[in-house]
Design a protein around this ligand. Structure first.
Ligand SMILES: Nc1ncnc2c1ncn2[C@@H]1O[C@H](COP(=O)(O)OP(=O)(O)OP(=O)(O)O)[C@@H](O)[C@H]1O
Ligand SMILES: [Mg+2]
Length: 359
């Protein structure tokens, strides 16, 4: 993807934004560029500042310091309705006493658009979220997923350049949630708008986003495509927050493509640039990249201590001869079990899959 700043297609630009609530630093010098038309996610644990950042972009909160550009223009002085943004709030409620159509029409009525135009736009927005024909229903006669879609239609009807979505799917059960994820992606493609999507669900962020930012404690730790962030986490927090990894304290070997792990064995790693022999590192090794094999085929040996049946996968714990326990997760192929608990096994992984981090 071309650098959005270079190519001049930037939708939202955040420069050194800090937000303090008394003693609490909700955002700490956040920098972020979101390209026009991008599906961008903010991912991080509860309290890391996701909602605060979204509210600042939407104009519902003023930063303590920093700059915000929307479509290349300073937007901090503009009230929410003057920005080309629309926000779906984390705990946003519909008007329970109004029909679906009136809920969706609300923003347009405030703008005093002609009635016929409002009706046309409302019908269009309801069609987009697959609620055509539901206009006359009361919102109290809808399922949770349908309500969520009304909230979406209510934002989309204003044709925002930037749609801000604060955990819009978090209240839904798993099935409905997966369905709505598909719908959101379809709507994103159909409208061509920029979506900034907040979630604390890594799977959701990875499968839906063009790019994402991982946040912690008010700071943006890493920005990249889902693949970038998953394959090359910049630090332990990111590796821990996305996916499941073994973490091993290790030391870079004389051959810097290896590291010495506790017990004295050298294993293949991908070292950080400029890593020096003898340097302490933290090796991050995804569960699914560790292969349990016959003892003779592994470059590490140990005892299979435990196996958890997880349905689609099997998760195995192996205690290495040096004492360290590593976890492996492999697809459940349905084949007969080759390994017995308490028996000896080998472990191996492809060169380049174990990532040595500085912290
Ligand atoms: N109005 C406020 N007054 C005081 N502190 C606030 C206010 N709003 C947010 N905070 C604090 O700022 C920090 C970031 O809050 P924010 O709502 O942005 O987190 P979040 O990432 O959206 O979390 P969640 O996933 O739980 O929604 C938290 O420590 C929160 O307690
Ligand atoms: Mg929040």
């Amino acid at each position: 993807m071309p650098d959005p700043v270079q190519s001049g297609t930037i939708a939202v630009s955040i420069r050194g934004i800090t937000k303090r609530f008394g003693e609490v630093v909700a955002l700490d010098a956040a920098d972020l560029d979101v390209a026009r038309g991008e599906f961008f996610s903010l991912l991080g644990p509860s309290g890391c500042g996701k909602t605060t950042l979204l509210r600042i972009i939407g104009g519902f909160e003023t930063p303590t310091s920093g700059e915000l550009l929307i479509g290349g223009r300073d937007a901090l002085g503009d009230p929410p309705h003057r920005r080309r943004t629309n926000m779906i709030f984390q705990h946003g409620a519909l008007f329970p006493h109004l029909s679906v159509a009136r809920n969706v029409a609300f923003g347009l009525e405030m703008k005093r658009l002609p009635r016929a135009e409002i009706a046309r736009k409302v019908e269009e927005a309801l069609g987009l979220v697959r609620l055509g024909g539901y206009g006359d229903r009361g919102v109290d006669q809808l399922s949770g997923g349908q309500r969520q879609r009304v909230a979406l239609a209510r934002a989309l009807v204003n044709e925002p350049e930037v749609l801000l979505l604060d955990e819009p799917l978090s209240a839904l059960d798993l099935q409905l949630r997966l369905q709505m994820q598909e719908e959101l992606r379809r709507i994103h493609r159909a409208t061509g708008s920029t979506f900034i999507f907040v979630t604390h669900d890594q799977g959701e962020a990875i499968s839906m986003s063009d790019r994402l930012a991982v946040m912690s404690g008010g700071r943006i730790l890493q920005i990249g495509t889902p693949r970038d962030v998953y394959e090359n986490p910049s630090r332990r927090f990111v590796a821990e927050f996305i996916g499941h990894s073994n973490f091993i304290e290790a030391r870079i070997g004389q051959d810097p493509t290896t590291a010495e792990i506790p017990g004295g064995t050298h294993v293949p790693v991908r070292a950080p640039e400029g890593a020096l022999p003898g340097q302490d590192v933290l090796v991050s090794l995804r569960y699914e990249r560790v292969e349990v094999v016959e003892p003779a085929q592994g470059f590490l040996g140990g005892v299979l201590e435990d196996e958890i049946y997880m349905g689609p996968t099997l998760r195995r714990s192996v205690r290495l001869d040096g004492g360290l326990v590593l976890i492996s997760e492999a697809g459940n192929t349905g084949a007969a079990e080759r390994f017995t608990i308490g028996g000896r096994v080998g472990l191996r992984w492809s060169p380049g899959t174990a990532l040595a981090l500085r912290d």
